[in-house]
Design a protein around this ligand. Structure first.
Ligand SMILES: *[C@@H]1O[C@H](CO)[C@@H](O)[C@H](O)[C@H]1NC(C)=O
Ligand SMILES: *[C@@H]1O[C@H](CO)[C@@H](O)[C@H](O)[C@H]1NC(C)=O
Ligand SMILES: *[C@@H]1O[C@H](CO)[C@@H](O)[C@H](O)[C@H]1NC(C)=O
Ligand SMILES: *[C@@H]1O[C@H](CO)[C@@H](O)[C@H](O)[C@H]1NC(C)=O
Ligand SMILES: *[C@@H]1O[C@H](CO)[C@@H](O)[C@H](O)[C@H]1NC(C)=O
Ligand SMILES: *[C@@H]1O[C@H](CO)[C@@H](O)[C@H](O)[C@H]1NC(C)=O
Ligand SMILES: *[C@@H]1O[C@H](CO)[C@@H](O)[C@H](O)[C@H]1NC(C)=O
Ligand SMILES: *[C@@H]1O[C@H](CO)[C@@H](O)[C@H](O)[C@H]1NC(C)=O
Ligand SMILES: *[C@@H]1O[C@H](CO)[C@@H](O)[C@H](O)[C@H]1NC(C)=O
Ligand SMILES: *[C@@H]1O[C@H](CO)[C@@H](O)[C@H](O)[C@H]1NC(C)=O
Ligand SMILES: *[C@@H]1O[C@H](CO)[C@@H](O)[C@H](O)[C@H]1NC(C)=O
Ligand SMILES: *[C@@H]1O[C@H](CO)[C@@H](O)[C@H](O)[C@H]1NC(C)=O
Length: 834
């Protein structure tokens, strides 16, 4: 045997080389990101400031950490000291922000400069007598701490730099001088402030003459983004009810003494409870605290927001003045443990009904990171944890749903499910209900004119133009992946109403195109109106999807009608929106300068663009929009107030990536995936994908959701186009296996759960031989496509040969570069193209 085998190797050279597949079918499990139980503990102390003893106890699980803070005595400037500033905001309706507020020792008043994003901001303090200082302490507001600044002192004839700070990120910042300085004038020069979505300002509470001890705090790192209710086990405290303030953040960059985002930030009335941090009054006896939405005293004092999504949590011995007399900002607090009651979907090896693995570890990790991003948005819809702006709904309360993001809005939006829905079906089939609960609920809230709300926010009234089309497309996806006939027939009248009533009423009958009025927004609230390629391409996709649903229900008249309309709209898009000058679809008919990733991607996916146009549009966008962190969603900044050419959405990038795979550009799709997802995995929080990117960072600062289901498109893209498995008929009754074989990949394999049982696919590409092994359940049919070489064998029998047409029992279709075997029935099969 050995001699014979050796002979084969010698004779057949390269052909006998085997591919190094992992040894077993569990190796994919090494990439799983989710916590493996609901009890999650921190993995590291990221930072600790002030008087904190034995912080490591919070990681090691043994012993007790103690935070201690003395009653504070603040140093004061000599009486008669004055302050002047480069600018002062106000006085205005919200108050006066004079320079003098920085030296009045009143912690409720601040100096606020008047010039957003302009530097330097300068504060000059003049004392009537000489003072000797070992340093100064800058106390700033939560929003507006100086990041880079110098402190200069007047030596009688000139200014000398006595202290210089870069990268400050604390509201209390000590500036120690290298030696004592005796002076009567001191000057603070700020050259960078805390970044803020509403403009960067310097906001100084006090500039104290001397070094004031730092507030004791510990920042715990949970190692990855997590969501749920924080629990703290206190072992005791001083008897003065010391206060604890807790701030959460998905990134270190946006961690301050208030959370990067909290429910109170968007809430009002009873849903606006906190200033952004959660407060605790610690009793002297041991006590267990769970972060719960509400207030401990009088309905308004010592309050917390409850659920948070975060990677970092900052625990400080501190209090806010409005909580007096129930908390104080000094004493000591002993903490035994901090943990999280994780509430989202727990993705364990056994919960994965489908999986993916290939020869590229980076792509594998993206797939499982995307799965985790989706998992932490699958949670129970609860009154106190959903988006506070009118999203609570009795028909959703208590149900499992898929939210848009873990941190915010925490409302299930149907457009987001266009991506996150597919990610569910391909990973955790038992969570499909998280999508169907939402789709059903939105259908039940359809308006009498046929419009379907995008989400429950504002009591189901947020006017989005595109999301009712996503309801159609996501309904088809759900039916396609699950074969839920009952859903299809129950909500079929809703499908008819939205496509036959509402969208016709929004159609400009002179062009046949949807005409977006100014009263409607879209997925990014872009101020673009009229005939928009994105909306019309999505309309075509939705009409085609609706026809598939009608066909599934044997309602061929509707199917024919909707296909005809899709064809007509396709022609109209080509007629009115194709820009032959650059060779891409315009964003809107009224502006001849702008071209969008969303419209071009969907026009290709929906089949509007013929092959020539698809290649041209992808060339154009590939050259014009590529950035180191993905492809921008527009090719210029001409949408008012927009940063289209630097903003990247993984949501719309998914359309572009699919379009590239569909147009035979697997390598450019993989390149885009590596730039886009590589940018996100290389930064905090590390394993979850963000709502949007600008200049390589979170596009809306701390408010940005850093775990957004609509950014998980890499998962379905890899499953559909690298593994190559795509359902064609509901429940995979028919499916295609058509891998794109990107360069550099030698194998891929994966499994998907179907209504008929599991489908397993494995391919190798070695030395010009493509081998596809697959196992499919009885009752299913597979259409298998391989690159055209010399011959194709199915289960050892030659079914196609370049030199003669072999007649076999299987239908064979020839493409320009490919061979397809049509309708391979269930069983274990091997297809070889060589
Ligand atoms: C399967 O592969 C994984 C990763 O390579 C490894 O950790 C595991 O031990 C293997 N299991 C078996 C049964 O060999
Ligand atoms: C601090 O300033 C606030 C706002 O101007 C004022 O209401 C308060 O009385 C001041 N506190 C003291 C101790 O002066
Ligand atoms: C420096 O100044 C501080 C504060 O005024 C004072 O406590 C300290 O004794 C001085 N140190 C020296 C070496 O003069
Ligand atoms: C602060 O200064 C450092 C060091 O000069 C610099 O790298 C950084 O970009 C500055 N930060 C900002 C926000 O300007
Ligand atoms: C704040 O800055 C310090 C010093 O540069 C750094 O060690 C710490 O990690 C930063 N903290 C945050 C939350 O960025
Ligand atoms: C706090 O919870 C821990 C763990 O469940 C328990 O052992 C302890 O007795 C609780 N402490 C108090 C004061 O309830
Ligand atoms: C975790 O939170 C969920 C949801 O509020 C609750 O049902 C469950 O009892 C909590 N588990 C623990 C251990 O506190
Ligand atoms: C939401 O709208 C429905 C239907 O118009 C109405 O019956 C209900 O009272 C509203 N709910 C709230 C909280 O406003
Ligand atoms: C366009 O025509 C359809 C009938 O074909 C009609 O239902 C619809 O209201 C018209 N649209 C507008 C905006 O008038
Ligand atoms: C695509 O359509 C354009 C005209 O709109 C035509 O010139 C071109 O030949 C077509 N390409 C294909 C591949 O049909
Ligand atoms: C840029 O355009 C050229 C054709 O003009 C095309 O060959 C190339 O692939 C495009 N580059 C990208 C990154 O799409
Ligand atoms: C189209 O975009 C250009 C380029 O930014 C802009 O100057 C112009 O105002 C826009 N035109 C319309 C009609 O919106």
């Amino acid at each position: 045997m050995h001699i014979w085998f050796l002979a084969v190797v010698l004779l057949n050279g390269a052909r006998a080389v085997s591919v190094e597949l992992p040894l077993n079918k569990t190796s994919w499990q090494q990439y799983i990101v989710s916590p493996q139980s609901r009890h999650v503990v921190p993995s590291a102390i990221a930072i600790s400031t002030g008087n904190v003893w034995n912080a490591d106890a919070l990681i090691s699980g043994s012993g007790i950490a103690r935070l201690t803070r003395a009653q504070e005595q603040y140093p004061t400037w000599p009486s008669g000291t004055t302050a002047e500033a480069s600018s002062e905001a106000g006085p205005n309706t919200s108050g006066s922000y004079y320079a003098a507020n920085a030296i009045d020792n009143n912690l409720t008043t601040i100096w606020n400069d008047a010039t957003a994003n302009q530097y330097p901001d300068v504060l000059t303090i003049t004392s009537p007598s000489l003072v000797t200082l070992d340093g100064v302490t800058l106390e700033s507001s939560t929003e507006g701490y100086p990041v880079n600044f110098t402190v200069e002192t007047w030596n009688g004839s000139s200014w000398a730099v006595s202290g210089s700070i870069t990268g400050n990120n604390e509201t209390r910042c000590q500036v120690p001088f290298s030696q004592n300085v005796t002076t009567d004038q001191i000057r603070l020069t700020v050259t960078a402030d805390q970044p803020s979505a509403s403009g960067d300002y310097t906001r100084v509470v006090e500039l104290w003459p001397g070094l004031v001890p730092l507030i004791p705090s510990v920042v715990l790192d949970f190692g990855q983004d997590v969501v749920g209710f924080l629990q703290i086990e206190f072992a005791g405290a001083s008897t003065n009810a010391p206060g604890i303030r807790i701030a959460f953040s998905e990134t270190l960059e946006y961690l301050t003494d208030v959370s990067d985002y909290s429910r109170s930030e968007r809430g009002s009335g009873s849903s606006k409870l906190t200033p952004g941090s959660d407060q605790i009054a610690v009793a002297s006896a041991p006590m267990n605290w769970t972060d719960t939405n509400g207030c401990k005293y009088n309905g308004i004092q010592v309050c917390a927001d409850g659920l948070h999504a975060f990677r970092y949590v900052k625990i400080s011995l501190d209090s806010i003045s409005s909580d007096e007399p129930y908390t104080s900002n000094w004493g000591f607090v002993d903490i035994k443990s901090v943990s999280l009651n994780y509430t989202a979907y727990v993705g364990t090896p056994s919960s994965y009904s489908g999986w993916f693995e290939c020869s590229d570890e980076q792509l594998n990790q993206f797939w499982y990171d995307a799965s985790y991003t989706n998992e932490i948005t699958i949670d129970t819809f609860l009154k106190d944890t959903t988006e506070p702006r009118g999203a609570d709904s009795p028909t959703l309360d208590g149900k499992t749903v898929i939210f848009d993001g873990a941190k915010r809005d925490r409302d299930p939006y149907v457009g987001d499910i266009a991506v996150s829905g597919r990610s569910i079906y391909l990973t955790h089939q038992d969570a499909s209900i998280a999508a169907s609960n939402v789709l059903a609920d939105l259908a039940q809230h359809q308006s009498s004119n046929g419009w379907i709300p995008p989400a429950s926010i504002n009591n189901y009234t947020l006017p989005l133009f595109d999301y009712p089309l996503w309801w159609v497309a996501t309904s088809w996806d759900y039916i396609l992946y699950t074969a839920d006939t009952e859903y299809a027939s129950t909500y079929y009248p809703n499908l008819q109403a939205v496509l036959d009533n509402w969208y016709p009423s929004m159609t400009d009958n002179s062009t046949g195109l949807l005409d977006k009025p100014t009263s409607y927004g879209d997925y990014a609230f872009l101020s673009r109106y009229g005939a928009i390629t994105y909306d019309n391409a999505l309309y075509v996709l939705a009409l085609n999807n609706a026809a598939s649903i009608a066909t599934f229900l044997n309602l061929s008249d509707d199917a024919t009608r909707w296909l005809q309309r899709a064809d007509q709209v396709s022609q109209d898009v080509d007629k009115y929106l194709w820009d032959s000058e650059v060779g891409a679809y315009l964003d809107v008919a009224t502006n001849k300068t702008r071209h969008g990733q969303d419209g071009n991607g969907l026009a290709i996916i929906a089949g509007i663009a013929n092959g020539t146009k698809a290649q041209s549009a992808l060339d154009y966008l590939g050259n014009k929009t590529a950035l180191s962190y993905g492809n921008s969603f527009m090719d210029d900044n001409s949408i008012p107030g927009s940063d289209g050419s630097t903003r990247v959405y993984a949501f719309t990038s998914y359309f572009d990536i699919q379009a590239r795979f569909l147009s035979g550009r697997a390598d450019s799709a993989i390149d885009e995936i590596r730039r886009l997802y590589g940018c996100m995995t290389s930064q905090d929080p590390g394993t979850t994908f963000w709502e949007g990117i600008n200049n390589g960072t979170a596009y809306e600062q701390g408010t940005t959701s850093m775990a957004h289901g609509w950014s998980t498109g890499v998962l379905p893209a890899l499953s559909n186009y690298v593994l190559g498995l795509i359902p064609i008929a509901p429940g995979y009754q028919r499916f295609s296996i058509n891998p794109s074989f990107p360069s550099g990949l030698s194998w891929a394999r994966g499994q998907e759960a179907t209504a008929y049982g599991d489908v397993y696919v494995e391919w190798t590409s070695v030395n010009d031989v493509i081998t596809i092994n697959f196992t499919s359940p009885n009752g299913t049919l597979a259409d298998v496509t391989v690159p055209k070489k010399n011959s194709v064998k199915l289960d050892g029998t030659t079914v196609w040969h370049s030199s003669n047409q072999t007649k076999t029992g299987i239908e064979v279709q020839q493409g320009t570069d490919s061979i397809s075997l049509i309708g391979v029935s269930g069983g274990q099969h091997i297809v070889v193209s060589s």
